[in-house]
Design a protein around this ligand. Structure first.
Ligand SMILES: *[C@@H]1O[C@H](CO)[C@@H](O)[C@H](O)[C@H]1NC(C)=O
Ligand SMILES: *[C@@H]1O[C@H](CO)[C@@H](O)[C@H](O)[C@H]1NC(C)=O
Ligand SMILES: *[C@@H]1O[C@H](CO)[C@@H](O)[C@H](O)[C@H]1NC(C)=O
Ligand SMILES: *[C@@H]1O[C@H](CO)[C@@H](O)[C@H](O)[C@H]1NC(C)=O
Ligand SMILES: *[C@@H]1O[C@H](CO)[C@@H](O)[C@H](O)[C@H]1NC(C)=O
Length: 468
């Protein structure tokens, strides 16, 4: 009799819990964001969630995220935010679909296949499309697209993190790392700084442990100087053009003189040839195959590097840039992702040209932020694919040299699968590493090496020194 009563009470409690869960779901809990399966997706054992977080109620700005949890023991693994750059490019298009995410898109954009070097083998990955106007992230105040810059991106991203943790309370005390590439060289440290400031007064501080950026836009002057130096040292331009660029251009300012601009144009149009600037040794996309390797070369500009082409990035298959735009515009895909629920009045694109062209404000240098993060004990790792000519390794080295950091472990080659993966130097507070033979999107070109880099970063340990 007692036993029966006990069972009855248990059943009642169970039903009560189920009911409780159901009601909490109605209030925008994480279950509403669960992805059951994406069209063309292979079966997987990890959980996925995606959806919107409102970051500004007045304007109606909502940021879109996609969480792919760790493949094993997600509860014991850190939370890692990934951001792509542009400004204006989507981390769903690049980070999730070509670089570190668990799936890659196949050639017909009708299916996905497994990326065995996905970073979700070791961490929970949170892809954030930022700022509003990128990918599925939207704003109901269309003028926002014309005056967004570094500031709003950082503030909205902080609001996103705070609200997202409310939706996913089990991540609240989890170790958080922020990572990204290219123009996210601004977003990542800027968001880290926002979090640090927020934490001063917060009842429940966000457990930020570290940041890692790759081929990162860092410091206007040194980036620009390092870029033309790379072009010269990799025999992409003549001695004369190099000398003229050095003597004519100012390198500090967003707007260069006409004289300097025309030197850049000459270098790119007359001297570069039809190469993939994001990986100078990769074959470029064959334009008659329907892609736009140089057509859009002058159509978009990075605000910090006025001379530089902005174009959708190319990978091993330099024509891949269109696959994502086919797949993520599919109605069934958007439905599965809980994306575009309000009928965004334009198509999903890998990069937003409108945001890019109208970028409002940009830090001239983020080195002061590095100093602050280091002083607060935040782990800082900077890596660089060494065959990228857009934000090249020389740019990063010139910029980092300005920090005058003390060397802890001198320059050495690091290994992955018995090969030199690249070179690294460990400083007090910052680790620098190159990835040999990788282009701008390091995890796309060198997935195994990139995963090793990520593992070492999370462990806070120097990269492997010995043949392994
Ligand atoms: C944007 O407007 C749509 C349509 O009025 C509304 O459903 C949605 O909630 C708004 N988004 C935000 C973030 O306020
Ligand atoms: C892409 O994936 C779909 C769905 O899994 C499959 O039917 C199709 O054959 C694949 N195409 C290519 C080129 O791999
Ligand atoms: C480019 O593609 C076209 C059509 O597929 C082909 O005829 C041409 O040989 C290709 N060119 C190069 C340089 O590969
Ligand atoms: C959103 O959906 C509408 C149809 O409701 C479609 O026309 C539009 O291209 C979509 N936009 C995005 C960004 O997905
Ligand atoms: C645009 O940039 C200026 C500084 O360059 C700044 O004062 C202003 O707040 C920015 N606007 C927005 C909307 O962030």
């Amino acid at each position: 009799m007692e036993q029966r009563k006990k069972i009855f009470v248990h059943v009642l409690m169970f039903l009560f819990m189920v009911l409780l869960r159901k009601t909490s779901n109605v209030e925008g809990g994480e279950e509403e964001d669960r992805i059951f399966e994406l069209p063309g997706q292979p079966k997987v054992l990890f959980d996925q969630f995606s959806g919107y977080v409102t970051v500004n109620h007045v304007a109606g700005r909502a940021l879109f995220y996609w969480l792919t949890e760790a493949q094993q023991n997600p509860l014991n693994k850190p939370l890692v935010i990934w951001l792509n750059g542009g400004p204006g490019c989507s981390s769903v298009a690049y980070g999730a679909s070509e670089e570190i995410g668990p799936f890659r898109l196949n050639k017909t954009a009708s299916g996905l296949y497994i990326n065995k070097f996905s970073w979700n083998t070791v961490a929970n990955l949170l892809f954030l499309e930022a700022p509003a106007g990128v990918g599925f992230s939207y704003t109901n105040r269309s003028s926002d697209l014309l005056d967004t810059g570094d500031r709003r991106t950082a503030k909205d991203s902080l609001e996103f993190v705070i609200q997202w943790l409310e939706r996913f309370p089990r991540y609240k005390n989890r170790e958080l790392y922020i990572t990204g590439e290219s123009y996210a060289g601004h977003y990542v440290p800027q968001l880290a700084k926002e979090i640090m400031t927020y934490n001063i007064k917060a009842k429940q501080p966000i457990n930020l442990k570290g940041i890692m950026v790759g081929n990162a836009v860092t410091d206007n002057y040194h980036d620009n100087l390092g870029t033309v130096t790379y072009w010269w040292s990799h025999a992409m331009i003549s001695d004369l053009t190099y000398k003229q660029l050095i003597s004519t251009c100012d390198f500090h300012h967003q707007k260069e003189s006409d004289e300097c601009e025309s030197l850049y144009t000459y270098a790119m149009d007359q001297e570069f040839g039809n190469i993939d600037q994001y990986n100078i040794y990769a074959p470029p996309c064959n334009k008659s195959d329907g892609s736009s390797s140089s057509a859009s070369r002058h159509s978009m500009r990075l605000p910090h590097l006025p001379h530089l082409a902005f174009r959708k990035m190319a990978g091993y298959d330099p024509c891949t840039e269109k696959y994502a735009e086919v797949y993520y515009n599919r109605v069934d895909v958007q439905k599965a992702l809980h994306a575009n629920t309000t009928g965004i009045p334009y198509k999903w694109t890998a990069c937003s040209e409108v945001l890019n062209r109208n970028w409002n404000d940009t830090d001239v240098s983020i080195l002061p932020l590095y100093r602050e993060l280091i002083a607060h004990g935040v782990r800082v790792w900077v890596f660089s694919g060494d065959v990228d000519s857009v934000v090249p390794v020389t740019a990063t080295r010139f910029a980092l040299a300005e920090l005058h950091l003390t060397t802890k472990i001198p320059w050495y080659p690091w290994y992955v699968k018995k090969q030199v993966g690249g070179w690294t130097e460990v400083y007090e507070g910052l680790t620098f590493a190159t990835v040999r033979g990788a282009g701008h999107e390091v995890p796309l070109f060198k997935p195994r090496a990139a995963l090793q880099l990520f593992k070492s970063f999370l462990a806070g340990k120097p990269l492997p020194k010995v043949l392994k």
